[in-house]
Ligand binder design. Structure first.
Ligand code: FEO
Ligand code: CA
Ligand code: CA
Ligand code: CA
Length: 655
């Protein structure tokens, strides 16, 4: 696939792949040609063994001379292909653990694909599983065979849920209510016995967090602000449900963080008629809604309930070990299209949460708590995320990075510039970050600190709209249809890095695409095989050894690249750095989400999201899908599912 082709192809399939950052264009004029100021790390890897200075850290990198021994990952790669079924490396089992419609609540009715109701869906596993969090039982343990899984249900594909419905069709209220009940999150109890995982019933922990049913407290500096008040919540302190929960994370005190991402897509009515029109434009609200909800529920019609969109775009925290815990929207962590939120502890005990704003030309953030983590008292930590400082990243071309505070009254964040309080800075996080001069990125998806080294990895999924004269050192390709991975280095040595610091170093770990095609300008370890290259890094995880496992989401672009999405793993230190290997492949039309390991590294859970959806032709819908994975039964459409991967000999994944 050529870059020219990628640039001109429509990306309407992918709701993330748009920009509403009008401030980006002029700011690029002055940076043309700065790209030559600094060498790209992987560009330095040529023939033979070299030692490259990686963002100030000396890392020995072997070139093509050390082929056989380079990677510490022992598995045989899966072939690149696009097929109706999933595929995993030889010697591994991939077991479907739970599918859309399976029982979550003990009393849930059996899944009946011909008679979906909101009532049954609200007790069953929701649609489009994305984030997976693994919470060992009992709380605080390292149990790798009994746990709670928290799984996000990001969005719905009506053309694959209901017979006779095409993508983009309006649907009636009963179907809308099924869609709404299929959003949110599920908490399930799971157990491993005889090498197989199963969902436990009955379970005292089972829970569905559903959009129309679960009240959420709005907490932190923006709680109660006028911009959050609605007719049903005149105090601006309780939101009903959560929306478009993409990835997420967990805290050191074992609560879960759900990210609210593309909330704008659900609202109808004309936002340009409202006083907040400019603010809503920056968040991508449009008159035409992708969903039919606003026709049946006034709160999704901005002309009737103009502040409702301000009650989404937050990070939601709740305690998965208490099925009655009230989820909290943590406004101190900012409002944007959060891909996820992943935490680390600073040496002084402050909690740091990283989060990307997944849209073209949007930004990378971190939150640093004011209070300190108390390892002796779980209750003492429960509201740490309500008080702290939100920062946005400015990547400098000399390989350093500055974290700029989004603090009312500092720099441009003043009344004259439209910010009357810290609450407004947080509700209008994007506009505040624009004013600070943050670096517009190529769609930051997962941002995750490596628990072994403390280095932080940023998945930049792609940006087909970046032009050649808009590149910078951190986003060096224009257009960038294949994405790249940036490595951040908080100050300190591996294992003792300071996540609260305001100056980091950074470098590029890899650039996606096919290294055999010079037009892609891909960069990896030189020994990456014809099956080991990847496109569109989205989520990531680390095994107990601190190796990186990347999952991908090309949207409909698999039709151009000829490869499906999947799981790719690589070393981050030593001779196998950036030598990605292909471990798992999704069925046609799916993206790969949610990778998470058990503490012993012997199980990898992944989420197969929207099988049969991306790249489907209009007639490839419920009645005639591209795949019927995982059931492969006539009349049953494909079903988003969580898959548990184990090694057949019971060993560690990747060993
Ligand atoms: Fe929902 Fe950013 O992917
Ligand atoms: Ca998705
Ligand atoms: Ca994602
Ligand atoms: Ca994505």
């Amino acid at each position: 696939m050529t870059e020219q082709h990628a640039q001109t192809e429509s990306r309407l399939d992918d709701p993330d792949d748009r920009s509403s950052n009008a401030s980006v264009m002029p700011s690029f004029a002055k940076i043309v040609d700065r790209r030559y100021n600094r060498r790209h790390v992987l560009g330095a890897i040529g023939a033979g063994a070299v030692t490259a200075a990686v963002g100030g850290v000396g890392v020995a990198i072997s070139g093509s001379g050390a082929k056989a021994a380079a990677s510490s990952l022992g598995f045989t790669e899966v072939a690149h292909n696009v097929t109706p079924d999933m595929a995993v490396a030889p010697g591994y089992n991939a077991q479907v653990l739970i599918r859309w419609g399976d029982k979550v609540m003990d009393g849930a009715p059996d899944f009946d694909i011909g008679a979906l109701t909101a009532e049954s869906q609200a007790q069953q596993f929701g649609y489009n599983n994305d984030f997976i969090g693994y919470f060992p039982l009992p709380v605080g343990s390292q149990n790798s065979e009994r746990a709670l899984l928290v799984v996000n249900h990001e969005y719905t594909d009506r053309q694959l849920m209901f017979s006779g419905v095409k993508k983009g069709d309006d649907i009636d209220k009963d179907k809308v209510d099924v869609e709404m009940a299929a959003h949110g999150a599920s908490v399930i109890e799971i157990r491993k016995a005889g090498g197989e995982w199963s969902v436990v019933h009955p379970s005292q922990y089972a829970r569905r967090v559903a959009l129309s049913r679960t009240d959420m407290e709005i907490t932190g500096p923006a709680a109660g602000h006028d911009l959050l008040k609605t007719s049903t919540d005149p105090e601006g302190k309780v939101a009903l449900g959560t929306l478009n929960n993409c990835a997420g994370g967990w805290t050191p005190w074992d609560t879960v963080l759900l990210a609210e991402e593309n909330f704008n897509l659900y609202f109808g009515g004309d936002p340009s008629k409202l006083p907040q029109a400019a603010d809503y434009a920056r968040y991508g609200l449009k008159e035409k809604s992708r969903y039919s909800w606003w026709r049946h529920h006034d709160r999704f019609n901005v002309e009737k309930e103009p502040n409702e969109p301000n009650r989404f775009g937050w990070i939601v925290e709740f305690d998965p070990y208490d099925p009655n815990s009230k989820p909290k929207k943590r406004t101190a962590m900012g409002r944007f299209k959060h891909e996820g939120a992943t935490t680390a502890l600073a040496p002084d005990g402050r909690v740091v949460a990283y989060s990307g704003d997944d849209q073209r030309f949007d930004y990378l953030y971190k939150f640093v708590s004011t209070g300190r983590y108390n390892p002796r008292s779980r209750p003492a930590n429960m509201d740490l995320l309500d008080d702290g400082t939100l920062y946005v990243a400015r990547f400098n071309d000399d390989g350093t990075l500055d974290w700029l505070p989004l603090t009312f009254g500092q720099g441009p964040l003043t009344q004259e510039n439209g910010f009357k309080s810290q609450a407004e800075v947080l509700i209008k996080t994007r506009q505040a970050a624009d004013a600070l001069g943050a670096t517009p990125m190529d769609r930051p998806e997962d941002v995750e600190p490596n628990p072994v080294t403390g280095r932080v990895y940023v998945m930049l999924t792609n940006n087909t709209k970046r032009k050649a004269d808009q590149v910078d050192e951190a986003n060096p390709r224009g257009p960038n249809p294949f994405g790249h991975v940036v490595e951040l280095l908080p100050p300190g040595d591996d294992g003792a890095r300071d996540h609260a610091a305001l100056k980091y170093e950074w470098n590029i770990l890899l650039k996606g695409g096919d290294p055999a095609n010079p037009e892609h300008k891909a960069e990896y370890h030189p020994d990456v095989s014809k099956n080991g290259w990847l496109v569109a890094p989205d989520n990531c995880s680390f095994d107990p050894q601190g190796r990186l496992w990347i999952t991908t989401d090309q949207g409909s672009k698999w039709k151009n690249t000829g490869i499906a999405d999947g799981v790719y793993a690589c070393d981050l230190t030593g001779p196998g750095r950036a030598l990605t290997k292909h471990f798992f492949r999704v069925p046609i039309g799916a993206e790969m989400c949610g990778p998470v390991f058990t503490p012993d590294g012997k199980t990898l859970f992944v989420a197969v999201q929207h099988p049969g959806a991306d790249g489907a032709e209009p007639e490839q819908n419920f009645d005639n899908p591209m795949t019927r994975w995982p059931d492969f039964k006539d009349g049953m459409p494909p079903r988003p599912s969580v898959v548990a991967i184990t090694k057949q000999n019971g060993g560690e994944i990747g060993s």
